[in-house]
Write a protein that binds this ligand. Structure first.
Ligand SMILES: Nc1ncnc2c1ncn2[C@@H]1O[C@H](COP(=O)(O)OP(=O)(O)OP(=O)(O)O)[C@@H](O)[C@H]1O
Length: 310
């Protein structure tokens, strides 16, 4: 498990990460989201001790990164593109890493196979495509068979097949009980892959929740379209329950303030037939846009009214 508490980073007087608290539990994939410049990379670098926080702490399974006995065996990290001598092969590079971090050499072949580079193990890295570099970065992260993975934009540079492969790989790693924390701008992918998300807006936490719960909450606040042969009677019932109802023609209305289930129940209790009931379910991208509205504005920092609200 990763636990971040009160984590902040200031550059000069400018906070780029601002009193951040969140948890990435074991056995789950946590998507770490935010617009460009929101502070994701800075946070991930602080978790693995590459940037010194201005205040606050980050713990991996209860320990700060610098307290870990053999860090590569505890945490696999993919932050920046690994720097590899261009004449080295992926196998040679991984062998050097294995020796340096006390990882058994047989892991090199295993991870090359896991990331689909087994056939390229003898090719100099200078001849690698961007996607192959990304796979090599993942191989480096997986080398120590770590219980935690911290990955900054792991899908970057992967083709569609590569993205599907990565999705399956990360799902398998989480099923094995590992903690996976990953940043990504591919919100469709995150929705398909992540169990939960942590959303940053200009360095501050604006949401931390399981993906289905976040989407359910957002749906509950969306208008619901309803059709009924007795639309005026139904509108009266719904208004009595506190909803705002706009009747659009002789059969249809748009209802705000009640969920589709509440509308269906109210119609059943009143004995009014419902012919259509449609609640638009927002996707993660729509929820993200709402949570980070105005993120492109200059950093005039108004605190979010409440974490996780939409
Ligand atoms: N060394 C530094 N000195 C000053 N400002 C910095 C430094 N490093 C990062 N920043 C600023 O901190 C803010 C957060 O940057 P960070 O790279 O963490 O964002 P990000 O969410 O990872 O963005 P992206 O999605 O574009 O990768 C940005 O405004 C960036 O310009």
């Amino acid at each position: 498990m990763i636990k971040v508490s009160g984590l902040s980073k200031d550059y000069g007087r400018r906070p780029v990460v601002d009193h951040l608290d969140f948890t990435a539990p074991s056995g789950r994939i946590t998507g770490f989201l935010g617009a460009n410049g929101a502070g994701k990379s800075t946070t991930l670098h602080m978790i693995v001790g590459l940037i010194r926080p201005s205040s606050g702490t980050a713990h991996i399974d209860g320990m700060a990164y610098h307290e870990l006995l053999v860090p590569p065996r505890a945490v696999g990290v993919l932050l920046d593109q690994p720097s590899v001598h261009p004449r080295m092969t992926a196998g040679q590079h991984l062998n050097v890493l294995a020796v340096r971090s006390g990882v058994p050499r047989h892991r090199v072949r295993e991870v090359l196979e896991t990331v689909g580079l087994a056939d390229a193990g003898n090719k100099p890295v200078s001849r690698f495509s961007f996607g192959m570099h990304r796979r090599l970065g993942l191989a480096c992260a997986l080398l120590g068979d770590p219980g935690t993975l911290i990955l900054d934009e792991p899908a970057n540079g992967l083709d569609p097949q590569g993205i599907v492969w990565l999705r399956d790989l990360l799902a398998k790693l989480a099923e094995q009980g590992r903690t996976v924390l990953l940043s990504s701008h591919l919100l469709g992918e995150v929705q398909a892959l992540a169990h939960r998300v942590v959303v940053l807006d200009r360095g501050r936490l604006v949401a931390e929740d399981d993906v289905p719960a976040l989407l359910d909450r957002a749906s509950a606040r969306r208008p619901v379209r309803v059709a009924s042969p007795a639309i005026q009677d139904l509108a009266g019932e719904l208004r009595r329950l506190g909803a705002t109802v706009a009747v659009t023609d002789g059969r249809h209305a748009v209802v705000n303030g009640l969920t589709a289930a509440q509308i269906g129940d109210a119609a059943a209790v009143a004995g009014i037939a419902v012919h259509e009931l449609y609640a638009e379910r927002p996707d993660l991208e729509a929820v993200f846009m709402t949570l980070t509205e105005g993120a492109e504005a200059p950093a005039g920092r108004t605190p979010p009214s409440s974490v996780g609200s939409l």
